[in-house]
Design a protein around this ligand. Sequence first.
Ligand code: ADP
Ligand code: GLC
Length: 484
Amino acid sequence: MTPVRVLAVASEVYPIIKTGGLADVAGALPVALKTHGVEMRTLMPGYPDVMRLMSGAAEIRSWPDYFGGPGRLLAGFHEGLDLFVLDVPHLYARPGNPYVTPEGVDWPDNGLRFAALARIAADIGHGLVPAFVPDVVHAHDWQAGLAPAYLHYDNRPRPATVMTIHNMAYQGKFARELIGSIGLPWSAFDVRGLEYFGGISFLKAGLQFADRITTVSPTYAQEIQSDEGGMGFGGLLRERAGVLSGILNGIDTSVWNPQEDPHIAYRYGADDLTFRAANKAVLQQQFNLDSSDEAPLLGVISRLSWQKGLDLLLETIPTIMGEGMQLALLGSGDRDLQERYQAAARANPGRIGVVIGYDEILAHLLQAGSDALIVPSRFEPCGLTQLCALRYGAIPIVSRVGGLEDTIVDIGEAGTSGRNATGFKFAPVTAEALAGSLRKANAAFHDKQTWRQLQRNGLATDVSWRGRAGDYATLYRDLMAARA
Ligand code: ADP
Ligand code: GLC
């Protein structure tokens, strides 16, 4: 097998910096690809959290003026990841969330910040680093979207390009004037280029110019070709349907492994789930919930945003109460939702517990101690928490969209699909339908045999990257074969 060299371009990479699932994917995929003969290096911005780890890194190039200030390209290594880090302090030396100010608004120069990242990706594509000349440049989400566009407009021999959409809702929209300061020709301001409702979109750049487009589940690949799911890009994606495909995400099964998880109170293996009860007791304590083994404990680990449908879950609180269930929610984001959940916890002491914030360790305990994990998303490109739930014996209750549809088998469709049931799916995405699933789940929970069978089926599901990384490897090889 000829080795394939791929430059991945990502704005966040677990375990270095993470705001969502993109980081998980960018961190796990390169490692999983090693066994498939793919040598992947990842280019990311030199945020403070990244630079702290780069003390031993080698400087490959430096520029006195890179997009308005001094810049360097470093090559480093961290926990199995081969990294290129673009160290440009005036663009990236800002602590905290990589995209927004401490006040929570987008950094005003985000266009410049991520154009700079994509420009260097294209240069590496052209051979800037002789020791690593990629066959493929693989851009993740809008932050990397300009990479295929630069490679296109540079008009030189270039590597193949892949654009992966993790979330259609984030489109990297900027004023048209930006084109003049990021080294793209004005001809790029065109409907067949970056133009998008009078401005420009970095996501569109990637979708327009990448040789192949992927997204993170087959169902989402279909959904985004509709006007509604495409969020403005349905038409473009219908036109490019021939090069668009869905490859499901996996999870890092060494990070998410209940047998060796250092973050949970009691470890357990797939064949003996008795220790889940002990984790549930600790979870109830940490969320100020009544200690009870008999009350089904529903868990949520999520960004609080419109996408995730957690306003619908608030509407089902009367059902949760009426059914004698408990709810533990860990999340942060939308201020209004945060406050409404905190109010719900105050109004239902001992029954609803809420932790506002981002807490990796608590997320693991939630997976190990919750009986069910709820993901009521309005849209969900893939979703990772339901995959972790399968691996931890928490039963997913999910809406029937995107990757949730593809990864969970509903208790009612098991026989017909020939697959074993792993959870509960509801449609349409409404509070009523969710409440119906909660009632069904409650009944199943009290039928110990049914519940145990659901858990067993979930635990037997392969949620790892093994097969899925193979799909990416095949995609890269197909691209190379097409150009040979
Ligand atoms: P998205 O990327 O849309 O936020 P995913 O389900 O793909 O959704 O990925 C979310 C990732 O972030 C998961 O690894 C999940 O465990 C983690 N996560 C989300 N919210 C929190 C939180 N408040 N605390 C800890 N981890 C969180
Ligand atoms: C996005 C999506 C999520 C997906 C993740 C990783 O943030 O919202 O569904 O799992 O990217 O691909």
